[in-house]
Design a protein. Sequence first.
Length: 184
Amino acid sequence: MLDQNGLQLLPETRRKIEVKIPGENRLIYIGMAALILVVVAIVGLYFYKNSLENKKNDLDAEIANLEKQRDKNVETNLLTLSKQLSLISTLLDSHIVWSKALGKIENLLQPQVQFLSFAATVSDNRFEFKALATNYTVVARQIAAFVSDDSIKDIALNDVHVLTTGKLEFSVKLEFDKTKFIKE
């Protein structure tokens, strides 16, 4: 096949022709650079993971150390005290202020009236007392003073009788409005 009718198709010696195209190896270089970046990132993340694990282990050791130092009896007592204080503060915030109530009764009391006995019940919202007065006018003024106060809902004059000394003994039941005596 070297020579056919005077026409030579292939040369007898073969030579390689090298043609250099600019940028022919660019993809290889980009791939190598990306591979190097990935390897560097993996190594960096590995060291970062190790540092985070070391920090976690240090924190676990510190928590375990703090756990050993805890006094669980004291913590239980503090929790109990906290609950008791919250109950007491609720009680104190909504209790009837007896000094306020007694001061109000004292202000409404006529100067000629003298107490013999006094009782108060919160559950019934009542004051009950027996007293002495010099005459019926004083008893009427006393009843009028109690009726004029808006914190007293109802008043009942139960018993009035004259003593041998000339004074009147009477008993009164007052029903009060609990909201007027609540601490603000």
